[in-house]
Write a protein that binds this ligand. Structure first.
Ligand code: UD1
Ligand code: UDP
Length: 365
């Protein structure tokens, strides 16, 4: 194979889907490696089906484990596959443990490493994702930065300009391809009994928010308080990590907040597009809200997507209930005519074109 693509979690499947499609379009020989970091049907298989992706050629089935065990098993597994397949380049996307594992495996072999969504920084070293981003960028050969801001962060860390390519974010490619399809096909609003513009959408799954009882409780209180002032019901498709914490902590979920299963991509896009407001601690959801023109309130103290805040699409509110309340009210009162900072939806084309131009990937069409 010429290119190997490693993925392991829901956001990687979604954001690499346009890259996989681009490989198909250019008739590039590629091998798909799934680490198995996500394995529940509704975080995994459902996206392969809906995005019409081929089954992985290799599946490591690593599953949920401590950081060290999970990442270690993935490094060993990816290394075996790379030694066997001998690709010219390995592509990884984002900031999960699957990404770090791919980065370490490739960097010790004669395989170039391409990092899709390079250069994001929260500057919060408590986040496991920040460690994964920094380490991956420093061993990467092709750093596909979504914006000039992320390219600047890489330059500031002393990374050679030759390794940096600003392409936009593949999330724009994915949203562009699916937003109308979602509007046409999804019946999620009827299914959940909500109406366009009359509900808020919530996702919260970040370890630092849900693994601590008091913080998770405050976050829910704040969202419910804001929803009550705005007279909105809240739909919360709950990530299994958050669900298991709710049960473990025996937390009461306020009445305004309605827990639902993790949603399929088209249904989730339709919920995002039609929500009055989005509360989230997810990276991808901050970007999609910005692209879809829906105001976003981020339940964190920092973000590695500052572009969304700069254009006025997003506000950082942390988890203090009153700050969440006030931020939500301010965002619903502001205008939504910002520009999408994440590119024109050709990131995956630019990524493959860049690889083609280089000597290391001579066989790419
Ligand atoms: C991971 C990423 C995070 C990303 C998120 C996307 C890391 C360090 N974290 O977090 O950056 O935002 O994916 O959703 O890589 N679980 C299931 N089924 C699954 C997977 C997980 O039930 O298919 C449950 C398990 O109880 C598991 C917990 O979720 O212990 C956490 O899973 P893990 O893969 O460790 O991290 P995420 O929280 O999913
Ligand atoms: N998503 C989805 N269904 C859901 C919640 C999220 O399809 O119920 C999609 C969402 O559209 C986005 C991605 O999953 O593309 C974000 O993944 P997640 O929040 O798990 O991870 P993060 O982006 O924070 O790493």
């Amino acid at each position: 194979a010429t290119v190997a693509i490693a993925l392991g979690t829901r956001p990687e499947i979604i954001k690499l889907s346009p890259v996989i499609r681009e490989c198909e379009r250019r008739d590039i020989n590629y091998e798909l490696i799934h680490t198995g970091q996500h394995y529940s049907d509704n975080l995994d298989q459902v996206f392969f089906d809906q995005l019409e992706l081929p089954d992985p050629d290799h599946h490591l089935q690593v599953g949920s484990k401590s950081h060290g065990k999970q990442t270690g098993e993935m490094i060993a597994g990816i290394e075996d596959i790379l030694l066997d397949v001998e690709p010219e380049v390995l592509l990884v996307q984002g900031d999960t443990n699957s990404v770090l594992a791919g980065a370490i495996a490739a960097s010790k072999l004669d395989v170039a490493l391409g990092h899709v969504e390079a250069g994001l920084r929260s500057f919060d070293r408590e986040m496991p994702e920040e460690t994964n981003r920094v380490l991956t960028d420093h061993v990467g050969d092709y750093l596909f930065a979504p914006t000039e801001t992320s390219a600047d962060y890489l330059r500031d860390e002393g990374i050679d300009d030759k390794r940096i390519h600003v392409t936009g974010n593949t999330v724009v490619d994915a949203v562009g391809r699916h937003r109308e399809l979602a509007a046409e096909k999804s019946s999620v609003l009827d299914d959940l009994g909500v109406a366009v513009g009359e509900f808020a959408l919530l996702t919260a799954h970040r370890a630092e928010n849900v693994d601590e009882r008091d913080r998770f409780a405050e976050l829910l209180t704040g969202v419910a308080r804001a929803a009550s002032s705005l007279d909105l019901d809240v739909v919360y498709p709950i990530h299994p990590r958050a669900e298991s914490r709710l049960n473990e902590f025996d937390l009461d979920v306020p009445d305004r907040i309605h827990l639902v299963e993790p949603q399929e991509y088209l249904d989730f896009l339709e919920l995002e597009r039609t929500a009055r407001l989005i509360f989230t601690d997810s990276g991808g959801v901050q970007e999609e809200a910005c692209i879809l023109g829906v105001p976003c309130v981020t339940l964190r103290e920092n973000t590695e997507r500052p572009e969304t805040v700069d254009v006025g699409a997003n506000r950082l509110v942390g988890t203090d209930p009153q700050t969440i309340h006030d931020g939500a009210l301010a965002m619903t009162n502001s205008t939504t005519d910002w520009e999408n900072p994440f590119g024109d939806g050709t990131a995956s084309e630019q990524i493959m074109a860049t690889l083609r131009q280089t000597h290391s990937v001579r066989t790419i069409q």
